[in-house]
Design a protein around this ligand. Structure first.
Ligand SMILES: NC(=O)c1ccc[n+]([C@@H]2O[C@H](COP(=O)([O-])OP(=O)(O)OC[C@H]3O[C@@H](n4cnc5c(N)ncnc54)[C@H](OP(=O)(O)O)[C@@H]3O)[C@@H](O)[C@H]2O)c1
Length: 154
């Protein structure tokens, strides 16, 4: 999850910002894993889904995702991910509702804090009751802002 100072994460189905370092960190960190995401996130990510193992969520039985497995609940998506096997890391990639459902189940939280304010319409759910221990924190100064890449556990 990457958020601005106000916990904003999305705007009109896209990221509110265009920060190369944030996007590259996401792609690199999740590279070999299995990505679980909601339908809106999938639409934004589709180009990359061709080269990744992605499970996209929708409750609509007619919904089809050309480059992803489809699940109709988080539980079903986790079962599909386990069946895909290889002990690969399963990454919950949002959006809001899926983050909320997954917070009690996830082992780690990868949180990127962006030291700036943007406009948008999708916010992070409250995560601080679930993840209380910081494992690491690294700060990076970009040409426009400062990013803090945090990893937290329970
Ligand atoms: N900054 C970040 O780290 C970050 C990360 C992720 C996303 N985002 C941003 O957040 C926005 C997208 O998030 P979002 O919350 O609007 O949408 P989303 O979670 O990507 O998609 C919502 C849709 O996913 C399906 N869905 C959600 N929960 C489900 C469940 N439990 N079971 C089955 N289907 C489920 C539903 O599809 P149906 O309507 O088809 O049933 C729902 O309408 C974008 O702006 C994106 O850029 C930002």
């Amino acid at each position: 999850m990457a958020c601005d100072r106000n916990n904003l994460i999305g705007k009109n189905g896209k990221l509110p910002w265009d920060i190369r370092e944030d996007w590259n960190y996401f792609l690199k960190t999740t590279y070999n894993g299995i990505l679980i995401m909601g339908r809106h996130c999938y639409n934004e990510f589709e180009e990359h889904a061709k080269k990744r193992e992605v499970i996209a969520l929708s409750r609509n039985p007619d919904q089809h995702f050309p480059y992803a497995h489809k699940a109709s609940s988080l539980v079903e998506s986790l079962q599909i991910a386990k069946n895909l096997g290889d002990n690969r890391t399963i990454w919950i990639c949002g959006g809001n509702n899926i983050y909320k459902e997954a917070l009690p189940l996830a082992d780690r939280l990868y949180l990127t804090e962006i030291d700036a304010e943007y406009s948008g319409d999708i916010y992070l759910p409250a995560w601080d009751k679930h993840f209380t221990k910081e494992i690491s924190s690294q700060t990076l100064q970009t040409s426009t802002t400062e990013l803090t890449f945090r990893i937290l556990s329970k």
